[in-house]
Design a protein around this ligand. Structure first.
Ligand code: SF4
Length: 390
């Protein structure tokens, strides 16, 4: 069973203009039709340049942002609508499940597990769409609280993600008490001391403030806060980029140790390719809000196919001064504005393999190997004679 399935996720930010009366004049398509999944105990790495939509995906997963469109399934249950405004959630449920001929014709043999769950709710409500929606919303607050607990996030800069006015003890007891994981404050403090030891700190650190710690120690506190509520999924949003290289290694080792203990799924967002290769089993490469290459980590790093992935790898620092950089895959130019994306393939203004079709049509995602997908016309033309689209 997949822990998290993200399907066709979209997050558009409106661009507003006007002084007295604001009107929407366009959208920044930060995340546009992105799909991927995470298994328990596994890590998916999301890589790409700054501004390609990585952090927006992370914030959408932990519901700090309301998504524009798409589905998010947790443990094969559609949880997308719980964090929408109720009116929009009702429209979503009606359009997708309860007003469709698919649900009304009574044959559920072809349904996916998440659809079967909705179908059961629909039958329980005597096939009345409004009643079925009410059933789902009866326990919405409880459900939201559970989903928030299940998915946690660790941000890039621990100094700005920790409250400077609170002690470590105050910060870490709060989620334990809120989610009722302990009976009282005394038990919460004992639990916090255990968590501090688990992340490599000392129990007496419980009374200290964030400014009394080093950068690496602060990130350990942020990790302790994330794991305090026993999450199934942790989004790690550039968790080591604000740290020294020596401390980075310690924090990455800590993530691996905790993953073994908790069996949690990780979404590891980073532009550090070597780190992503080290920690992730699956990788998605993003460019201007879309995934351009996706699949098994080793396959992508050993045999990158998309010209953008090749350029990213060619630009990565090489620790051995005797080794020569692969200059032929490097690209020039700037990432185009996400407000005004190029027609056809978004990478075409910078791509040296550009063909006529590249400026006209966005390439479909095609399978090139068992677990290796790429969105590039160089591969889609050959796939048209017998390949598969994702
Ligand atoms: Fe380059 Fe065309 Fe592939 Fe885009 S689709 S990466 S422009 S070859």
């Amino acid at each position: 069973m997949k822990l998290l399935e993200v399907r066709n996720l979209k997050k558009y930010f409106p661009i507003k203009q006007g002084f007295l009366v604001e009107r929407v004049v366009g959208f920044v398509k930060a995340v546009d039709d992105v799909s991927f999944s995470v298994d328990r105990g596994k890590t998916i790495g999301i890589v790409g340049e700054s501004g390609c939509g990585k952090t927006t995906i992370g914030k959408s997963i932990v519901r700090l942002l309301e998504v524009t469109d798409g589905e998010m399934l947790i443990d094969e249950e559609d949880t997308t609508f719980y964090f929408m405004k109720k009116r929009r959630a009702k429209q979503y449920l009606k359009a997708k499940y309860f007003d469709t001929s698919r649900f009304n014709n009574g044959d559920n043999s072809e349904f996916e597990p998440y659809e079967k769950k909705m179908y059961d709710v629909y039958n329980r409500a005597n096939r009345d769409a409004s009643k079925a929606i009410d059933y789902l919303f009866e326990k919405a607050d409880q459900k939201k609280r559970l989903l928030r607990r299940k998915a946690q996030i660790v941000f890039q800069d621990p100094m700005s993600s920790l409250n400077p006015r609170m002690t470590v003890g105050q910060m870490l007891t709060e989620p334990l008490l809120f989610h009722e994981l302990v009976k009282n404050l005394d038990e919460a403090i004992e639990k916090v001391k255990e968590l501090l030891v688990q992340v490599g700190l000392k129990p007496y650190h419980v009374d200290r403030y964030p400014h009394q710690f080093s950068g690496g120690q602060r990130q350990r506190i942020a990790v302790a806060r994330a794991i305090s509520v026993n999450p199934d999924l942790i989004v790690l949003d550039e968790p080591t980029s604000a740290l020294d290289v020596s401390v980075q290694a310690q924090i990455v080792n800590l993530f691996q140790k905790l993953q073994e203990q908790l069996n949690a799924g990780y979404v590891f967002i980073s532009h550090n390719l070597s780190l992503v290769r080290f920690i992730s089993q699956e990788v998605s490469v993003m460019y201007l809000g879309r995934i351009v290459e996706q699949g098994n980590s080793e396959s992508i790093f050993k045999n990158p196919l998309h010209p953008y992935t090749k350029a990213l790898l060619a630009a990565a620092p090489i620790p051995d001064p005797k080794k020569k950089r692969n200059r032929k895959d490097l690209v020039g130019g700037q990432v185009p504005s996400p407000i005004n994306r190029p027609t056809g393939c978004f990478f075409n203004p910078r791509c040296k393999y550009r063909m006529d079709i590249c400026t006209k049509e966005y390439p479909p995602m095609v399978r090139v190997d068992e677990n290796h997908f790429v969105a590039c016309h160089l591969y889609s033309t050959s796939q048209e004679q017998g390949g598969e689209s994702k």
